[in-house]
Design a protein around this ligand. Structure first.
Ligand SMILES: Nc1nc2c(ncn2[C@@H]2O[C@H](COP(=O)(O)OP(=O)(O)O)[C@@H](O)[C@H]2O)c(=O)[nH]1
Ligand SMILES: [Mg+2]
Ligand SMILES: [Zn+2]
Length: 223
């Protein structure tokens, strides 16, 4: 019986996610669902991304957090349209919460909607939000085994980022193993090494975002 309950929750979520997806398609807005562990650098990456791209495209951000508005406050310094969703004890965003966040945004005016998911590499993967593409963020101090331990992120992401490259000299991290584990799961996913703190590697990421936004949104949408 428990399995049925979980299946029903996911089915309802997927139906709302499809509504989000068609709203985004109608508005011509691309949508990133950024997933990573707590502290992997999601908010810092978004602060840098918003400040680098704000003159080139109109961006809105929905950020999920258990109880605080700290991320929204940080992001609002770089972006006019920020919506904070507090999930309480919930460890992921669901499509209905994102739908409510979307309702606070002038979607027609936005080229890109970025969702900072709750810091967690497990259940955010199971909850479709209607995004165009999922982005998986790992970071060096989390350890080189995270892709192997979280294969679903690797399987479903349109791009994988490895953040905090500036810390590589200071922490044990086997880069060859990290990359080989990803390639054993997925041959084709792009992997970008970045440091949100120093800015190293971010140009490649910004270009990837620009290519996404420049594409025909309907073609890229996950189904
Ligand atoms: N050294 C270093 N620290 C970083 C980097 N990116 C983020 N941080 C730090 O990691 C901590 C968590 O970052 P935050 O953006 O809040 O992570 P989030 O929880 O994933 O949103 C903060 O102290 C950041 O300044 C990086 O590239 N290098
Ligand atoms: Mg954050
Ligand atoms: Zn969860």
């Amino acid at each position: 019986m428990e399995i049925n309950v979980v299946e029903n929750v996911l089915k309802l979520n997927d139906e709302i996610a499809q509504l989000n997806r068609s709203m985004l398609r109608d508005a011509g807005t691309a949508c990133l669902n950024l997933m990573g562990s707590p502290g992997s650098g999601k908010t810092l990456l978004l602060e840098k991304t918003l400040s680098a791209l704000r003159d080139e495209m109109r961006i809105g951000v929905i950020t999920g957090d258990l109880t605080t508005t700290r991320d929204a406050t940080r992001l609002a310094a770089h972006c006019e349209h920020v919506s904070q969703i507090n999930t309480g004890k919930g460890c992921h965003l669901d499509a209905n919460q994102v739908r409510q966040g979307m309702a606070t945004m002038p979607l027609d005016e936005l080229d890109l909607l970025i969702i900072e998911n709750v810091g967690n590499l497990i259940c955010p993967i199971g909850f479709d939000l209607g995004q165009t593409v999922k982005v998986g963020l790992f970071s060096v101090p989390e350890g080189d085994d995270k892709p192997a331990k979280h294969p679903y992120v690797v399987l479903e992401a349109g791009v994988l980022l490895l953040n905090k490259m500036d810390l590589l000299p200071y922490v044990p991290f086997d880069m060859d193993l990290f990359l080989a584990d990803i390639r054993a799961i997925r041959e084709d996913v792009p992997i970008m090494k970045i440091s949100a703190a120093s800015g190293d590697g971010l140009d490649g990421w910004f270009n990837w975002v620009k290519r996404l936004v420049g594409s025909e949104v309907g073609e890229l949408l996950e189904t």
